[in-house]
Design a protein around this ligand. Sequence first.
Ligand code: U5P
Length: 209
Amino acid sequence: MSKVHVMDHPLIQHKINHIRKEEVGTKEFREVVGEIACLMCYEATRDLKLEDVKIKTPICEMTGKELAGKKLAVVPILRAGLGMVDGMLTLIPAAKVGHIGLYRDPETFEPVEYYCKLPADCDEREVFVVDPMLATGGSSTAAIQMLKDKGVKRIRFMCIIAAPEGVKRMQEEHPDVDIYIGALDDHLNEHKYIVPGLGDAGDRIFGTK
Ligand code: U5P
């Protein structure tokens, strides 16, 4: 069964609370989403493996530690996931970035694929799929299935706010994928928006409506 990590760091909680407020405008919303992604990336990379390396300081030789060659990739689900990419790359600048485009059918609420471009060697990478909102789980489960179909073996999913319904669906369909959540909310409304949530993350990041 996948592990669910709810990140209770006070800075993450404070910033999520801030962007929930309806009066927060596009510029500030986008900036704070980036900061949250950066903090979540720091927490979600806690278990990356280190290896011993010999280095020489100006004083002497020593055995230090550096990340053990594991290559990383960030895959945002378009469009809202884009808001989390820069924040993550601040901490893992060598990561490659893939993109998966899905939209939610307004009638069925099911995801429809319209774009997929991944790093050529994504099957050798540890992939962080990112979307600010895990609502029904339709988009994230479909995106993760697309990655698995391309041979990706190590996948983590990161979202800022999740609904219990989405977490359950993710765990049922992808029990091998660990989930990193900023805040676990109450439920979905009849339009499949997260309650209390923050509204439509893509619209709030890009100033559309
Ligand atoms: N979404 C929101 N806010 C919500 C619920 C869903 O922005 O309260 C959008 C997100 O952009 C996300 C997608 O990409 O819907 C996830 O929906 P789902 O496939 O998990 O239902």
